[in-house]
Design a protein around this ligand. Structure first.
Ligand SMILES: Nc1ncnc2c1ncn2[C@@H]1O[C@H](COP(=O)(O)OP(=O)(O)OP(=O)(O)O)[C@@H](O)[C@H]1O
Ligand SMILES: N[C@@H](CCO)C(=O)O
Length: 320
């Protein structure tokens, strides 16, 4: 086992993500300009001294997510240290969260990626952590790579799994594509949404999605005018509609108006991939007119950088 030589602190910033994008179930994802920030201070544990973990959460999740070792960010940190063969240090976390939880904006992926990126930063100069290791560790915890890939690397990502682990290809989205999210007050956990998926699907539906997801990559990087046709899906949205009926009916309204509206991730938020900025305004007007509950519009850009980690001053010695 290796150990951290001395106390260190890092600041991590991780973007929200929208996965699936219609037909690209468990494969396509895009990073968005909406962020969680986290400061992690790690202190090597001296022999005979118990390890300590403290978590302070501000913003989204404050008073809701656990503040002990069961916290998802702490679990990701502990998993990464363990997999990299490094003794677990004591931890002090301070999180400032903006990404809504359980809405289809990749909050769990952001939490996992923030923990793993923190470990990368804390081990700078001690253990080299490659991009493929980051993606592998994050996918182990998230279960599928379509949110963690754009959260780590930014832009549009195509992610796939192999017996050796997950891989990704990062692409730049055409400048004409303008995303807007509509976020309801209700939540839907990804676990519940995944339980609604059938074990198998008709071959014709698989073929339908292969054609649309291939077209979607072309539409996103080159031909935004094809986005409406390219965002059709038969693999997941209809199976999950009963768990988010208002999402389903709003998507119908938006698509009938010619807008490329899809369920964001596992829902219940809606992603509209506008092919010009005016489409975002049309989408906002339609949601305001037809929605029953309160839906928060988020006019976002595609994030190009993905997760970042920088050194942070070690302000105190909380575990001395
Ligand atoms: N910053 C965080 N700190 C601690 N736990 C978090 C954090 N963000 C998310 N979580 C945990 O993840 C849960 C949400 O994960 P879930 O996979 O259900 O939805 P999501 O990631 O927001 O959406 P999707 O996967 O559809 O994009 C939260 O209820 C919480 O338990
Ligand atoms: N591909 C995932 C994204 C949400 O984590 C799903 O739809 O279940």
């Amino acid at each position: 086992m290796t150990h951290m030589p001395e106390a260190a602190s890092v600041l991590v910033k991780v973007p929200a993500t929208s996965a699936n994008l219609g037909p690209g179930f468990d494969t396509l994802g895009v990073a968005l300009s909406h962020y969680d920030e986290l400061v992690v201070t790690a202190t090597p544990v001296s022999e005979g001294v118990p390890r300590t973990v403290s978590v302070e959460v501000h913003g989204v999740g404050e008073g809701e997510v656990p503040t002990d070792e069961s916290n998802l960010v702490v679990r990701a940190i502990d998993y990464a240290f363990t997999q990299l063969g490094v003794d677990l240090p004591s931890l002090a976390l301070v999180a400032h969260n903006s990404i809504p939880h359980g809405r289809g904006l990749g909050s769990s992926a952001a939490a996992i990626v923030s923990g793993i990126m923190a470990v990368k930063g804390l081990l700078e100069g001690v253990v080299e952590v490659s991009s493929s290791t980051l993606l592998g560790l994050a996918t182990d915890l998230e279960g599928h790579p379509d949110n963690v890939a754009p959260a780590l690397f930014g832009g549009l990502t195509i992610a796939w799994t192999t017996p050796e682990g997950p891989s990704h290809k990062r692409l730049l989205v055409h400048r004409g594509v303008s995303p807007v999210l509509f976020v309801p007050e209700s939540t839907l956990s990804t676990k519940v949404a995944r339980a609604l998926q059938p074990a198998s699907v008709p071959h014709a539906d698989a073929t339908f999605n292969v054609s649309r997801s291939a077209l979607l990559v072309a539409a996103l990087i080159q031909s935004p005018e094809l986005l409406l046709a390219a965002t059709e899906d038969r693999l997941h949205q209809s199976y999950r509609a009963s768990a988010m009926p208002e999402t389903d009916s709003l998507i119908r309204v938006l698509r009938e108006a010619g807008l490329a509206a899809v369920v964001s991730g596992a829902g219940p938020s809606i992603l509209v991939l506008g092919s010009d900025p005016a489409q975002r305004l049309l989408a906002a007007d339609l949601v305001a007119e037809h929605a029953v509950g309160a839906w928060r519009p988020l006019m976002l850009a595609v994030d190009l950088r993905g997760a970042t980690v920088v050194p942070h001053p070690v302000e105190a010695e909380p575990h001395a």
